[in-house]
Design a protein around this ligand. Structure first.
Ligand SMILES: *[C@@H]1O[C@H](CO)[C@@H](O)[C@H](O)[C@H]1NC(C)=O
Ligand SMILES: *[C@@H]1O[C@H](CO)[C@@H](O)[C@H](O)[C@H]1NC(C)=O
Ligand SMILES: *[C@@H]1O[C@H](CO)[C@@H](O)[C@H](O)[C@H]1NC(C)=O
Ligand SMILES: *[C@@H]1O[C@H](CO)[C@@H](O)[C@H](O)[C@H]1NC(C)=O
Ligand SMILES: *[C@@H]1O[C@H](CO)[C@@H](O)[C@H](O)[C@H]1NC(C)=O
Ligand SMILES: *[C@@H]1O[C@H](CO)[C@@H](O)[C@H](O)[C@H]1NC(C)=O
Ligand SMILES: *[C@@H]1O[C@H](CO)[C@@H](O)[C@H](O)[C@H]1NC(C)=O
Length: 437
């Protein structure tokens, strides 16, 4: 009996997470992090290059502890000097005589960003952000990072190319995988806006994110309620983990005073310490249909942090709902529509107001942020029936949240019977989609 229940839970978890198992996010289908490798000058036996990372994702960002860029040299290249970043290990440079040793002799160097405020003589333009990259939407000044290096050329490299590009790039951030480098038109730059110069050669590497690669378990869930029904539909049980199963550690709220927080580790993101719940997610998003006016309706969105050891800085929430094209007012959050598919305008991004609520604090009395959104009732489309006012999809910091199943949505009291005839069919067809896509 117990085994059967476990199998059932396992199966339903598989069904829930299967939409996440692709390196493709329908809310940001082209999003990627691009590494650009510019050959600046050929000095005979060494070359100077400029390496840039650009976070070309609409909303997903790179948070602390930041990127750790790595690659495989094809031959015996060594890095002599680096500005704006550094290799974590110097490696074995014994074959270099004399006092001046290379910066890094590793075959697979791991490069980390410098902290803001690094000594001036170690900096390069657009460097030193502690590995953090914001999304393109949230802060256009901090979505890229650049460092420069001088390295010894390979003693032998492929005929037909002037330079030899390393292989097997990785970003050192869970969930990202990078393709092979490909040559692109040389980067052009200008100092005065009149004359354009260009680098010798430019190569790009594209890295894409897969939520399933990052973590097979979701990290957030959605609960729902509406003014016309006093049922609060909770996050589905076992949305993120199942309480009691191995690896599902949690703390009940009354134990927090004696909680021993684990040692933080600079190189590893800290393990979540979450509050015990039936859903076991570190983040819960609650969507409350709050009020109906003649021409407008109002939604209250609350994001609650259930992780005792993490403050989410620069958090963001992306919502898919057809009525977002008629957003009239958003209170206490920043809002921007994301035009992913032409002019559909049904995807919107919310994020915090600087110095007010751009940091979602660790679990506790202040561990939540909330907004109210006023939307116009578009004639011919708006309805309170069949759960139309609830979101189609929500993601927090770029990870899709688990939604309750549509047959549990709060129902309008007087249309209960019509809803019953339509929603099971809707639910079954959505389930089939989930299985067969
Ligand atoms: C990377 O993302 C940008 C912005 O979304 C997009 O324009 C570009 O085509 C993407 N690059 C690749 C190789 O997919
Ligand atoms: C890149 O990775 C592949 C597969 O692990 C390996 O066979 C290859 O030797 C690596 N390339 C270099 C230059 O080390
Ligand atoms: C090598 O450099 C020469 C001149 O700098 C250029 O004409 C040629 O296209 C380059 N070769 C490759 C494979 O990029
Ligand atoms: C290479 O990357 C740069 C920087 O992100 C981008 O501007 C350029 O369009 C990319 N080139 C190609 C061909 O993808
Ligand atoms: C930090 O993480 C590294 C790499 O996983 C590990 O070798 C080291 O022991 C950790 N340090 C602490 C204090 O946990
Ligand atoms: C989160 O922020 C609060 C207030 O700034 C601070 O007291 C707390 O130590 C922070 N927690 C973590 C895990 O960084
Ligand atoms: C509220 O919604 C729930 C869940 O759909 C439903 O079971 C219940 O009958 C509704 N309550 C009323 C008063 O209609």
């Amino acid at each position: 009996m117990k085994g059967n229940i476990l199998i059932l839970i396992f199966f339903s978890v598989i069904v829930f997470i299967s939409p996440f198992s692709y390196g493709y996010d329908s809310l940001d289908p082209f999003g990627n992090i691009t590494i650009t490798w510019d050959f600046l000058s050929d000095n005979g036996d060494t070359v100077d290059v400029k390496v840039s990372l650009y976070n070309l994702q609409l909303f997903r960002h790179v948070e602390e502890p930041g990127w750790r860029l790595s690659w495989d040299w094809k031959s015996d290249e060594v890095i002599w000097a680096m500005l704006g970043a550094e290799a974590t290990e110097q490696g074995d440079c014994a074959k270099f005589k004399g006092q001046q040793k290379p910066h890094c002799c590793e075959k697979e160097p791991v490069i980390i960003d410098l902290m803001p405020g690094a000594p001036y003589n170690m900096q390069s333009a657009n460097c030193c952000k502690g590995g953090v990259l914001t999304s393109m939407t949230q802060d256009v000044t901090r979505y890229g990072a650049t460092f420069q290096m001088n390295y010894k050329k390979a003693s032998h490299h492929d005929a037909g190319s002037n330079f030899s590009m390393p292989e097997n790039f990785t970003l050192g951030i869970p969930g990202y995988s990078c393709g092979t480098a490909f040559q692109v038109p040389p980067t052009k730059f200008t100092k005065d806006g009149h004359r354009w110069q260009q680098v010798l050669e430019t190569w790009n590497v594209t890295c894409i994110y897969s939520q399933f690669l990052a973590s097979p378990a979701p990290k957030c869930c959605v609960s729902l309620s509406a003014f016309y029904n006093n049922t609060i539909v909770p996050c589905p049980t076992c949305s993120c983990k199942c309480q009691g199963l191995p690896g599902a550690n949690c703390v009940s709220s009354d134990k927090t005073s004696v909680l021993q927080l684990p040692q933080t580790n600079d190189t590893e993101p800290s393990q979540p310490v979450i509050r015990c719940s039936r859903h076991m997610c570190p983040i819960r998003v609650h969507w409350h249909v709050k009020q109906s006016y003649k021409e407008y309706w109002r939604v209250k969105i609350t994001i609650t942090n259930l992780n005792f050891v993490k403050n989410y800085s620069q958090w963001n929430l992306v919502v898919l709902h057809p009525n977002l094209r008629s957003v009239t007012q958003v209170f206490s959050f920043n809002y921007q529509p994301l035009q992913v598919y032409g002019n559909f305008n049904d995807i919107g991004m919310f994020w915090g107001v600087q110095y007010y609520n751009d940091m979602l604090l660790e679990h506790g009395n202040n561990g939540n942020v909330q907004t109210e959104v006023l939307l116009h009732k578009d004639h011919g489309e708006f309805t309170f029936k069949d759960g139309w006012t609830f979101p189609r999809k929500i993601s927090f910091n770029g990870d899709e949240c688990v939604m309750p199943s549509p047959d549990t949505y709060p129902k309008l009291p007087n249309t209960a019977h019509t809803a019953i005839t339509t929603s099971p069919i809707l639910f079954i067809s959505m389930l089939m989609l989930t299985i067969f896509i």
